[in-house]
Design a protein around this ligand. Structure first.
Ligand SMILES: [Zn+2]
Length: 138
């Protein structure tokens, strides 16, 4: 647990989030500034800076979980595709230094640009509805 890490604060519950899935090792939350509706972040509960710090036993559980969540999101928002994005290091575009994997629903001609500047504004009510919708497909 790192006191200056925003994801550790979210995992601890000090900062509220919309959780769509949780188990012993991971929490999956909605991105507060999503690239598209249904954009989630898979967070290991323990603080690892990036994939280079991720223990193999956590790493081995990650993709099966990502697969499960992606299938649920695809159904929930009727996505035509999903981007799986995971940045390691500032040079690679990582901005929060607690390992996280993005799952971003995509639609043909959706105009999504994967660089944060185009991320949508979404109300807390819309986020809450989206979280409930995704949960119902997991
Ligand atoms: Zn952290």
């Amino acid at each position: 647990m790192h006191s200056d890490c925003i994801f550790c604060k979210i995992l601890k519950g000090d900062i509220p989030s919309f959780v769509v899935y949780e188990d012993e090792y991971f929490k999956v939350i909605l991105d507060r500034f999503p690239a598209s509706r249904g954009h989630v972040l898979i967070l290991p509960k323990a603080h690892y800076q990036d994939m280079f710090e991720l223990p193999v036993e956590i790493s081995a559980r990650l993709y099966p979980l990502a697969n499960h969540i992606a299938k649920g999101i695809k159904e929930a928002v009727q996505a035509e595709g999903i981007n799986v994005i995971q940045n390691n290091g500032e040079a690679a575009g990582q901005s929060v230094f607690h390992f996280h994997m993005h799952l971003i629903p995509r639609f043909k001609n959706d105009q999504v640009v994967l660089n944060k500047t185009s991320n949508m504004e979404i109300t807390l009510e819309e986020l809450a509805k989206t979280a409930e919708l995704i949960k119902s497909y997991l």
